[in-house]
Write a protein that binds this ligand. Structure first.
Ligand code: HEC
Ligand code: HEC
Length: 156
């Protein structure tokens, strides 16, 4: 909705845009076309891009909070008893897929094996990547971590 229907040259107005986010999640883009009698630019397209979070993901948490209830229901429980790709898909993919902010599996596979192992065990300070090893309060055994290292260094 525009604050003024007529603008003199150089004059400013505001456009209020409401977006229905029901059922939306992740990156959302909304475009608005503004039509005017400006001879040079009769149509201007405005683009608003946002990242939609649900109630579970509104705040920034300690990284290790995903190991606790209620977060663990989606972030840990699905991976119980799994190894390798199945474990990666259950516990890691939500942050490490092609569209997400963190590296995807093929980008990771170019990193040194020791680095990959250490990051999975101990996490990355200052990010949402927690240390998954038992000694860090994480849910994964050494064998489960090794199964992840193996599929990351050789994803095919
Ligand atoms: C209903 C399942 C579910 C629950 C419960 C849940 N998550 Fe998530 N989480 C996901 C999914 C799926 C993603 C992948 C990104 C997306 O779809 O938004 C994700 C992504 C994330 C991310 C990375 C992306 C971001 O938004 O920063 C963090 C951090 C995170 N969750 C933390 C938490 C914490 C902390 C809790 C508990 C307060 C929690 N999650 C509860 C399913 C869940
Ligand atoms: C809540 C989101 C989240 C979850 C779940 C998660 N990670 Fe991460 N991970 C990150 C972030 C953020 C980084 C740091 C930024 C980056 O390297 O992309 C990271 C970094 C990494 C790195 C280092 C990548 C590099 O190039 O240096 C590896 C390896 C990794 N994670 C593996 C895993 C594995 C394996 C799992 C599942 C057991 C997992 N991650 C689960 C968010 C997450």
């Amino acid at each position: 909705m525009a604050s003024l229907s007529h603008l003199k040259p150089g004059e400013k107005g505001r456009i209020r845009v409401e977006i229905d986010l029901a059922g939306k999640r992740g990156p959302v883009t909304k475009t608005v076309q503004v039509f005017s009698n400006d001879p040079k630019r009769p149509v201007v397209t405005l683009t608003a891009t946002m990242r939609v979070r649900d109630r579970m993901h509104m705040k920034t948490y300690r990284a290790t909070q995903i190991f606790e209830s209620p977060c663990s229901g989606c972030h840990v429980e699905q991976g119980r008893g799994k190894a390798g790709f199945d474990l990666f898909r259950a516990d890691c993919f939500m942050c490490h897929n092609a569209g997400a902010a963190a590296t995807n599996i093929s980008q990771m596979s170019g990193r040194p094996e020791a680095h990959i192992r250490r990051v999975i065990r101990d996490g990355v300070e200052g990010t949402s990547m927690p240390g998954w090893a038992r000694k860090n309060g994480g849910p994964l055994t050494d064998a489960e971590i090794e199964s992840l290292v193996a599929i990351i260094i050789r994803p095919n």
